[in-house]
Design a protein. Structure first.
Lengths: 159, 295
């Protein structure tokens, strides 16, 4: 059926045309996701397919992630996470979205559960995750730190 | 005549015979071999495929080879998201471009994708710098030259800073500073030579990256478009002398080969630049000059 052949040939031609632009579409999508993550979740501009490397002082080495066990009266105990938790720490530092902070809180719970000798005066009420970054004044390089993300998680969440 | 040709003539003839697509594909394979990507589960496979692309006759034009490499490099950026370096994403897009061109058997598609990927990537990089709150005012380089140990020798070579000052500056910049009333000042007066180096680096980078973006996005036959290969060579010769990421530069040169002028002279410049990036990475030239100047 010649009509059907023509339609199929036309569809193949269009597919060829579109597939030729696939790499550029991927780059544009990656850039869009990067811009959204920077605005919505404080992704470090260096990361995430936005080609913002070497453009901003907002880089991992001047970001800091801190995890605290918080008692009912507000007393905070720092939870120090070592190298086994480096990946979760790095992800929360560079992309402090709710999901990454929750993942870090989960590994912090695991770390505390693995060290029963760590004793708090009472069962903590929650875990707090804070992410800070440094900024620098033009000219003087006077530094100041500001919190860019924080979230509390119930201490016994996730068992 | 062929028998009497010396090694130089044979090299020149071989280089002339390569199509832009073949040169680009072979340089991409070399890049993957010189600078293997991914974790232990991706790395051996990418190296084996890159080796096959170089050694097996005609393998460089196989959509299966590039399809496998696109899958592996794509899996790597997804698994590492968002921590992968930017050139990991570019490598993935470039492997997709090679698959598409190989499947469509259309080298023009590869040339167009090379131009657009480079142009758009540099446009994004330049735009991020122009709009960054701490780039055009020099803060980025004033802090990066102190914070990033990869630039220490370069900074010591071209400024009057001492190693102790760099150490003190780094400690200050990395420390938490949470109470504005009690924040100490920066530990020393920034010397004029350091400020000058930061300003020169800022504006050189802005100029070069904007030029590369504009020349690759301009119509290829326009006056600006015809500058694109030279702009890329200038970028690679200067930036990678200081920034030790040759795999990014090698990838950019492979992409440039896909769309560049296929003259022998242009190709020799490109291959010379490819080689010198390895030299920059393997030879700590700034440290050696620093030692020589201290004697």
């Amino acid at each position: 059926m010649p009509g059907g052949e023509t339609v199929r040939a036309g569809a193949r031609g269009r597919l060829r045309q579109v597939s030729g632009w696939l790499p550029v579409l991927l780059l544009a999508s990656g850039l869009g996701v990067h811009l959204w993550q920077v605005r919505a979740h404080q992704l470090s501009p260096w990361l995430g397919a936005g080609f913002g490397m070497f453009a901003s002082t907002d880089v991992g080495s001047v970001r800091r992630v801190e995890v605290f066990a918080v008692l009912a009266d507000g007393t905070r105990y720092p939870v120090l996470l070592g190298s086994p938790y480096e990946d979760a720490l790095r992800r929360a530092r560079d992309l402090p979205s709710g999901r990454e902070l929750e993942r870090l809180a989960g590994v912090a719970r695991e770390a505390l559960a693995a060290q029963p000798d760590i004793a708090f005066p009472e069962t903590p009420r929650h875990l707090r995750v804070e992410v800070w970054r440094n900024r620098y004044e033009p000219g003087s390089l006077q530094a100041s730190s500001s919190m860019i993300a924080t979230r509390d998680f119930a201490f016994d969440d996730g068992g | 005549m062929g028998d009497k040709a010396g090694p130089w003539q044979r090299l020149a003839a071989g280089l002339r015979r390569l199509t832009p697509a073949e040169l680009a594909a072979r340089l991409t394979c070399l890049t993957l071999l010189f600078s293997p990507v991914g974790d232990w589960f991706v790395r051996p496979a990418t190296m084996a495929l890159a080796g096959a692309g170089l050694l097996l006759p005609g393998a460089w034009r196989s959509p299966w080879l590039w399809g496998a490499l696109a899958l592996l490099t794509g899996a790597r950026v997804i698994a590492d998201w968002p921590l992968a370096d930017n050139h990991a994403y570019l490598l993935f897009y470039w492997c997709v471009a090679l698959v598409v061109a190989a499947a469509l058997r259309d080298p023009e598609v590869l040339a167009r994708n090379a131009r657009l990927l480079i142009g758009l990537m540099f446009a994004a990089a330049a735009w991020q710098k122009w709009t960054s709150p701490d780039y055009p005012n020099d803060v980025f380089f004033l802090t990066t030259f102190l914070l990033d140990p990869r630039f220490t020798d370069f900074t010591l070579l071209f400024t009057t800073l001492t190693p102790d000052q760099i150490e003190a500056g780094r400690a200050y910049l990395e420390a938490p500073h949470r109470e504005p009333g009690t924040v100490p000042q920066f530990p020393f007066e920034l010397p004029a030579s350091f400020r000058l180096l930061a300003t020169a680096s800022t504006w050189w980078n802005l100029f070069e990256q904007t030029l590369v973006a504009a020349s690759f996005l301009a119509p290829p036959a326009s006056r600006l478009g015809r500058l694109r290969d030279a702009a890329m060579l200038l970028f690679c010769f200067t930036i990678y002398a200081v920034a030790p990421v040759p795999s990014f530069g090698w990838l950019l040169l492979a992409m440039t080969a896909a769309q560049g002028t296929p003259t022998l002279r242009a190709r020799l410049w490109l291959l010379g630049c490819f080689a010198i990036l390895g030299f920059y990475y393997e030879v700590p030239w700034a440290g050696l000059l620093l030692e020589a100047s201290a004697r």
